[in-house]
Design a protein around this ligand. Sequence first.
Ligand code: AMP
Ligand code: ZN
Length: 114
Amino acid sequence: MTDCLFCKMVSGEITPDTVYEDDHVLAFRDINPQAPLHVLVIPKQHVATLNDLDEDHAGLVGKMMLAAASIAQQEGVAEKGYRTVINCNADAGQTVFHIHLHLLGGRPMHWPPG
Ligand code: AMP
Ligand code: ZN
């Protein structure tokens, strides 16, 4: 998708602050961090929202989760704890329509979320 911000990061047109990359997944620091650690984990393949996933994406979503856990370890928050979030559509506040997993850590989190 040429007009998608996160696809531009995958293609290299925009250079994110990358913390992890493999053949299927890219992870970079959020430009407006909501915690001391705030990383976005995205699939390199364009998928707009959680609603657009199908069975063929099951492995890809697994890779995103595994990448998040690995980054949490690498960034030193795995033992104390962290949160992963995927916002879907307006009520959840999704603003970038290329699916992304927020990895938040480095401070205590509250529940329920706002
Ligand atoms: P969401 O509200 O779940 O769609 O999250 C989108 C996230 O993308 C927000 O946390 C933004 O701060 C983040 N974001 C937007 N533009 C950039 C960018 N150029 N680099 C890194 N993160 C970004
Ligand atoms: Zn995209």
